[in-house]
Design a binder for this molecule. Structure first.
Ligand code: FAD
Ligand code: ZN
Length: 306
């Protein structure tokens, strides 16, 4: 039996700045919009057959996961490791219901499920100097991208980041579960992306997109909206929902080498009938049952904008 607790973010060690000479900046622009490496290949991304082994199972209790043997394990999925990064304040929310379903269904399949419940963890979303333990590479002019990259290389990132990176490293699949906020993910989840996916860990100079450092992983954005589906179709006032997915799926996950499964979108759960909500929850369960057979999308500009 494996036991794994997902707890509040650890205390973040204090800073001990040391004045050092200004180093040369070795092209350290993080991210695709800031001079990151070019998208090298945009061909369909094949998924190798995923044969699972091992044991596991999880029951969600608040933000703690207790793993135990799963009685209804399917050999095709057993042993897969799933990290769900969850951003909703309220367990009784529709997002909370979607999270619960994912934990239960994937556990039933024999997957090992870990949840980062960001609000419950009081996850720090701000990218600051506190993320670096000990001396700065350049204490004269703070550059978050350079400093976290240098800190990563010397093992000097704060404990909460190291813990999240470990969960990412171990995962075969990353599921992001959240309500849409201003055509985007909630700030706490964006902060997770900003702080966890640092250069050297998730991507590096010339190691991005299909060459990104987090290869052999899948990702899935599962979210809810306030607006109905008709609001998010091409030519509508809000535009195609895929425009919103471009920065998340392509700009972050694909950039880091992670393959992308079709998003899972529950439109307007607040404005539909109870029956429709139950249908949406059942559809999520059903999708999860066949998830490991899915092929990733062709995450190229055409998928989003054609
Ligand atoms: P909830 O309100 O928690 O749930 C909806 C209903 O489902 C409730 O009645 C709840 O009781 C019920 N429910 C819960 N569990 C179950 C269950 N097991 N079975 C059946 N029913 C259940 N929307 C947009 O479209 N675009 C935007 O840009 C946007 N920006 C936003 C920005 C901000 C800052 C905020 C606060 C909201 C924004 N919204 C936007 C709206 C937001 O996306 C929705 O309010 C959210 O997605 C709804 O999801 P929820 O989980 O919070 O719903
Ligand atoms: Zn892409």
């Amino acid at each position: 039996m494996v036991s794994q607790a997902v707890t509040a973010a650890g205390a973040r060690p204090g800073a001990q700045p040391e004045p050092i000479p200004i180093p040369p900046r070795a092209g350290a622009a993080p991210g695709p919009g800031a001079g990151g490496p070019r998208d090298r290949r945009e061909a369909p991304l094949p998924v190798p057959p995923r044969i699972c082994s091992g044991r596991g199972g999880a029951v969600l209790r608040q933000h703690q996961i207790i793993h135990r043997d799963a009685p209804q394990r399917s050999p095709a999925m057993a042993g897969k490791k799933v990290l769900i990064v969850y951003a909703h304040q309220e367990p009784k929310s529709f997002n909370g219901a979607l999270l619960k379903i994912a934990v239960e269904e994937l556990t039933k399949q024999g997957c090992s499920v870990t949840v980062s419940d960001l609000y419950a963890m009081q996850f720090e979303p701000r990218a600051t100097r506190n993320d670096i333990v000990g001396h700065l590479h350049n204490s004269e002019a703070f550059n978050y991208g350079v400093e976290t990259w240098e800190a990563y290389k010397r093992g000097g990132l704060s404990k909460d980041l190291v813990e999240e990176q470990k969960k990412v490293q171990e995962a075969d699949l990353l599921i992001f579960q959240f309500p849409l906020f201003w055509f985007n993910m909630p700030a706490i989840l964006k902060g997770w992306m900003d702080r966890v996916l640092v250069q050297g860990f998730a991507y590096d100079l010339s190691k991005a997109y299909d060459g990104g450092l987090l290869q052999d992983k899948l990702s899935l954005f599962s979210f809810t909206t306030g607006g109905g589906q008709e609001m998010y179709s091409k030519g509508s006032i809000s535009g195609d929902i895929r425009y919103i997915l471009w920065p998340m799926q392509h700009g972050i996950m694909h950039f880091c080498g992670v393959k992308v499964l079709e998003p899972h979108i529950c439109y307007a759960p607040e404005n539909v009938s109870e029956e429709k909500r139950k249908e949406m929850l059942a559809a999520w369960t059903q999708r999860l049952k066949n998830l490991w057979k899915e092929e990733p999308i062709d995450c190229s500009p055409d998928w989003y904008f054609k």
